[in-house]
Each structure stands twice: as C-alpha cells, then as structure tokens.
Design a protein around this ligand. Sequence first.
Ligand code: MG
Ligand code: FE
Length: 163
Amino acid sequence: MNTARDHLIDWLRDAYAMEIQAEKMMQNMHGRLRQYPALATRLEQHIAETKSQAEQVKQCLHQLGADTSALKTGLAALTGFAQAMSGAIAEDEVVKGGVFSHAFEQFEVANYTVLVAAATAAGEPGIAATMDAIRREEEAMAGWLRDNLEAIVQQYLLTGEKR
Ligand code: MG
Ligand code: FE
C-alpha cells in the first residue's frame, strides 16, 4: 500500500507539471494581449509567481528525497478540458481566455488544497505551509479574474478589440 508520503511525492510531481503548463499558457495569452493592459500586468505578476511556485514544488520534492531528474512538463497531468482550451484561438479569445484562466486557477486551488492535506498527513508541516502559501496566490489570481471579467467583456463588446 502506498503511504501518504508516496502520494505526496506523486501529487507534487503533478503540481510541477501543472505549473510548467500554467506558465506556458499564460505566456501564450500574454503575448496576444495588446488592448487589455490591466490583464497583461496581472498576468505578468502571476507568471512570476508561477515560476517561483514551480521552483518551490521542486524544492519540496528535493526535501522529500525524491528524484526530480524526469519531471513531467507537458499536459499529461491535466484534464482534456485544459488541453482543448489551451490551444484555442478564437476571435473572442480574451473572453475565452479569461474564462479558462479563472477555471484553471480554481483547478490549482483544489490541487494545492489536496497537497496541504497530503503534506499534513505525511508529517511534513513545512511543506504543508508552502502549499498553503501557493494556494493563496492561486486564490488571489482566481479572485482577480472573477472581479475583472466583467470589465474585460465590456471592453471587448465596446471596442471589438480582439487583443
Ligand atoms: Mg500556480
Ligand atoms: Fe496560478
């Protein structure tokens, strides 16, 4: 039977893949934004946070003595939904991207909630604290998107600016 520690290591590996994919998706979205400076600025901030999150997750794996030489960096750990949406480029991509990004941040919140519980069960309070701090960053990004989607939609409908 797998121990809590084994699961913690597996789920940290999944979280690493999730963060690498998150960075790629946000860089992609950021590169296509011109007329939405507030969104672009918030994305820049969260891209920086995301890079740090990936490093922190890797450090937690090191701390647990796990091998980090073959970490997944693709979509393998993500849902088909994420896979389908991340490649989508529609005329209303800023709106679609906003919806997807909000959902993705909630996906991250749920994953870090699992990791807080797993780290606690594995007797790793330091890792649990790190996972909780990352979860707060994901919650803040999800909240920002929720609070700004209306303005993004209004601007899109008013100006028809795609990017
Ligand atoms: Mg993240
Ligand atoms: Fe995030």
